[in-house]
Write a protein that binds this ligand. Structure first.
Ligand SMILES: *Cc1c(COP(=O)(O)O)cnc(C)c1O
Length: 464
């Protein structure tokens, strides 16, 4: 045994490195409500401690974990606390972290049943549960990927395979050169990840037929052109700014009449289906062909958790397998059939743990809670004469002030306060403050504190 091997063996036996990581983790978790939501300048400055050339000799495991905690933890975003409202990021439910820790120790290669039976089993269970929650057709299959960007890529690859195949073209054999034209129909509010993935699949921006959207960012159904079996329609469950939902029912009916494909990007919004008062927002989603959704946003799993759901198993599997010939349905589930990766983290484990923990009632309570907190903020801000630009149908609130300059100043004040964090955006040409309530930890008190900050931000304006 080499000296290095021996040292690593000892690390496992003594467990110091794990105990230390655990202690620091608890310290972090317990301090999160007191730390700056965005790191201070000083703590960011200290990140230069990582600027060093790689040394020659192996280094102390304990010192590595120590360094990570001392300089790394203070430079994190307090995203798992209750007052982070940036982007649509989501927190992390304790059991999901616990399940991830354990599964990290297992270090399973999630690609095959043979390389991880437990992962294959939990993927099957998650597939069934997701279909149940979203009320999707029986034959729908799920692939577990890193997030919605990847899920969109898989869904659109399946759509491309399926539509071209129906037009007599095997894209796996013949590629894109000379392929029949597909009509890609999206509204102007399509998410950046869709544009990115379309380009990766050979459909540049100019190949998209752009439809107008209404004041909430929904596709205007009457503007939809005549569809046919070469059409791919891109819809959204949860606009990343307004939180609005497209009219799935109507568009899917039109599409299904002619054999077009509807893909729904439901990164955070698809979960509205799990909330009793909000499930009307997802009416008709079950008539689409593919759905992309995140675990790490609304469901509050840790990062690296997304799923592609597809009603045509052959299309998804063929698109991700490069040839149709070796589609072998093994008796047991082989996860790599449904994802681009071969080796992959067994990420369905924490997704399973999170759904199992919450149950349907817990999901209903948590997701409805995001909406109630968003409404609380909306109502208070209206009273303070801030303008709300969106219909708060889900968890997003878009706020503006008198003019763009004032709006930007409020954002700056909030971001520098360290007490909360929210981002800026532009909505239909206007600067706006974008608030996303997306963490299980956000309480009414957190919202009250945020409202107070909005009040104070006005005074800040007069000072600068
Ligand atoms: C976040 C988001 C995405 C991208 O998902 P990732 O998990 O970040 O890859 C796509 N679409 C919408 C609507 C989103 O909110």
């Amino acid at each position: 045994m080499s000296k290095l091997q021996k040292q690593m063996q000892e690390e496992l036996v003594e467990k110091n490195v794990f105990d230390q990581a655990r202690t620091y983790s608890y310290e972090y978790i317990n301090g999160i409500e007191k730390m700056d939501v965005f790191p201070s300048e000083d703590n960011l400055e200290r990140l230069t401690n990582f600027d060093e050339p790689l040394q020659n000799k192996p280094y102390s495991a304990e010192k590595i974990i120590e360094k990570l905690h001392f300089f790394g933890s203070p430079a994190t975003i307090a995203q798992t606390g209750g007052r982070y409202f940036g982007f649509v990021n989501g927190g992390a439910i304790p059991v999901s972290l616990g399940a991830k820790w354990l599964s990290d120790v297992w270090d399973q290669c999630g690609g095959l049943y043979l390389t991880s039976p437990i992962n294959a089993k939990l993927e099957s269970v998650c597939e069934d549960w997701l279909k149940d929650i979203f009320n999707l057709p029986k034959n729908t299959v799920a692939g577990f990927v890193s997030g919605t960007s990847m899920a969109n890529l898989c869904g659109l690859a399946a759509a491309r395979f399926h539509l071209l195949n129906n037009l007599g073209w095997d894209v796996n054999e013949n590629g894109m050169n000379g392929a029949p034209k597909l009509r890609i129909i999206a509204h102007d509010q399509v998410h950046a990840s869709i544009k990115k993935t379309l380009a990766m699949l050979g459909y540049g921006k100019n190949s998209i037929e752009r439809m107008p959207s209404d004041d909430q960012g929904r596709l205007i159904v009457d503007e939809l052109p005549e569809l046919d079996n070469s059409s791919l329609i891109l819809l959204q469950a949860g606009n990343a700014n307004t939180g609005s939902f497209d009219y799935f029912d109507k568009v899917c009916d039109l599409a299904n009449e002619v054999g077009a494909w509807v893909h729904i990007d439901g990164a955070f919004g698809l979960w509205a289906a799990a909330s009793q008062p909000l499930s009307h927002l997802t009416k008709g989603i079950e008539k689409a062909s593919s759905w992309a959704v995140d675990g790490h946003k609304t469901l509050n799993t840790p990062y690296d958790s997304g799923a592609i759901l597809c009603r045509y198993p052959d299309a998804l599997i063929s698109a991700l397998q490069a040839t149709g010939e070796y589609i072998i349905y093994s008796e047991q589930r082989d996860p790599l059939l449904f994802t681009p990766e071969l080796s992959k983290r067994s990420r369905a484990i924490e997704l399973w743990a999170t759904m199992k923990y919450l149950g349907k009632e817990g999901m209903n309570e948590m997701i409805t809670g995001f909406h109630l907190r968003a409404k609380q903020l909306e109502e208070a801000l209206k009273e303070l004469n801030f303008q709300i630009l969106n219909e708060v149908v889900f968890n997003q609130v878009l706020v503006t002030c008198e003019n763009d300059e004032e709006t930007k100043q409020v954002i700056q004040y909030m971001q520098r306060s360290g007490e909360c964090w929210l981002g800026g955006t532009t909505w239909k040409g206007k600067a706006a403050i974008r608030v996303s309530v997306c963490s299980w930890r956000t309480t009414e008190q957190d919202i009250k504190q945020t409202i107070d900050l909005f009040k104070k931000s006005r005074a800040y304006k007069t000072l600068t």
